[in-house]
Design a protein around this ligand. Structure first.
Ligand code: GLU
Length: 417
């Protein structure tokens, strides 16, 4: 077998090309939608606690704004590359379109290791990134949010820095803010919650009883943690395995959320949890469970391990966890994949609700957020499921077809192509 393509940007373009072919998109449209409209590369100084200045590199990609301002998170990661940010920005474009919110797609990233930085250094890094890019973002143009290793506190610093640059308070420049600064109720667990609504619908169409189902979750960041919590609350299924970047744990009797969470708070990792067996991240993916939830990083399920995936449903809370070759294998093996930009669209959907609330300066109760989120996710899920049935393609391709069709329609209506 030839070497598998693992560059996320090459993968994103390859997936798009296939969808564009199936949709029979005209040539100029294909060229336009397979590239980002704008991208920014910034280099900026940050004063470190020891008094030295370090120079950091960051990116912001505004992939496509035909349907509205570009929207998407900012990642702080030591291995960040422009290609990863490009792919993630493209996926944000399709994500906003598949849930039908009036936004385009974007993404940002800074090459840094937040685990080795103090809180004050992270604050100066966050503010430095906004000083470098502030003139190119805004509530009507490009609205960032949290992503890998960024959180509500980082959003607060960034919103504050942007407001200082502007001269007045601009809560709508960024979403995922803390509640006292114009955040939305329900934003914290929105990515996981949106995924739960998809899982509920998938179980319905497949005739799976979630009450007796077993589940493995890879990743214990915002998405993975809340998935663990919500599964217990909403379905009562048994989460038998979870992991973080340092390894995983397995207990066929089930892992209690509160106890696992408390253990991780106390020790910093999930491994060595009393009563559970330590397993590797790779082993977790291949467990004999009903549901697998990749909630970590890209390229976890590849042509190499895809044949050994035993789950009936794979619900992707991570962005880009599965390679195209793995997709084909899973499709042939009958694994029902709820693809990333559908499954994890709950985060950006509640970000959109946050923007709406900021614009009105009037805030909703958590129940109202959940209800609106449920409606958006359920509708999107069925649009994708029906497209897959109709065209005999896997769900990722169906999601692409739904999303790319909508973005192309907006481009045409604007008269761009
Ligand atoms: N970072 C999240 C994602 O990948 C949320 C983006 C947003 O809320 O703008 O979907």
């Amino acid at each position: 077998m030839s070497e598998e393509e693992l560059n996320p940007w090459a993968i994103a373009q390859q997936q798009f090309d296939q969808a564009a072919g199936l949709l029979q998109l005209e040539e100029p449209m294909r060229f336009f939608l397979r590239e980002p409209m704008r991208e920014f590369h910034v280099t900026f100084p940050v004063k470190m606690d020891d008094g030295n200045v370090r120079i950091f590199k960051g990116f912001r990609v505004q992939y496509n704004d035909a349907r509205g301002p570009t929207k998407g998170g900012i990642r702080f990661h030591p291995e960040e590359t422009i290609d990863t940010v490009r792919a993630l920005a493209a996926w944000m474009t399709w994500k906003c379109a598949v849930v039908d919110i009036p936004l385009g797609g974007g993404k940002g990233g800074v090459i840094c290791n937040p685990k080795e930085m103090s809180k004050t250094e992270l604050e100066r890094l966050s503010r430095g990134y906004i000083r470098a890019l502030g003139h190119y973002i805004g509530p009507e143009t490009d609205v960032p949010a949290p992503d890998v290793y960024t959180d509500a506190q980082v959003m607060a610093w960034m919103m504050d820095e942007y407001s200082i640059m502007t001269g007045y308070n601009v809560p709508g420049v960024i979403t995922g803010k803390p509640l006292p600064l114009g955040g939305s109720a329900g934003r914290g667990d929105a990515t996981a919650r949106g995924g739960m609504y998809c899982i509920r619908e998938a179980a319905k169409v497949l005739g799976i009883d979630l009450g007796t189902a077993t589940i493995a979750i890879q990743g214990y960041g915002n998405a993975g943690q809340f998935a663990h919590k919500l599964i217990a609350e909403m379905f009562g299924s048994r989460v038998v395995a979870v992991s973080d970047s340092r390894g995983g744990i397995y207990n066929p009797e089930g892992l209690d959320f509160e106890a696992t969470f408390a253990h991780r708070q106390a020790t910093g990792v999930v491994k060595d949890f009393p009563g559970a067996q330590n397993i590797s991240n790779a082993e977790l993916l291949e467990l004999d469970v009903d549901l697998l939830i990749p909630a970590a990083l890209e390229n976890q399920i590849t042509a190499e391990n895809a044949p050994r995936i035993k789950a009936r449903i794979m619900a992707e809370l991570a962005n880009g966890p599965t390679t195209p070759e793995a997709d084909e294998i899973l499709f042939q093996d009958g694994v029902y994949v709820i693809p990333d930009f559908l499954c994890n669209a709950g985060g950006v959907t509640v970000s959109y609700f946050e923007q709406v609330q900021n614009a009105y300066d009037f805030y909703w109760k958590a129940e109202e957020v959940y209800e609106r989120l449920d409606e958006k996710m359920t509708r999107a899920f069925h649009a994708v499921h029906e497209m897959a049935q109709k065209h005999g393609v896997h769900n990722r391709m169906a999601a692409y077809m739904v999303a790319v069709h909508r973005v192309a329609e907006a481009v045409r209506l604007r008269g761009w192509v």
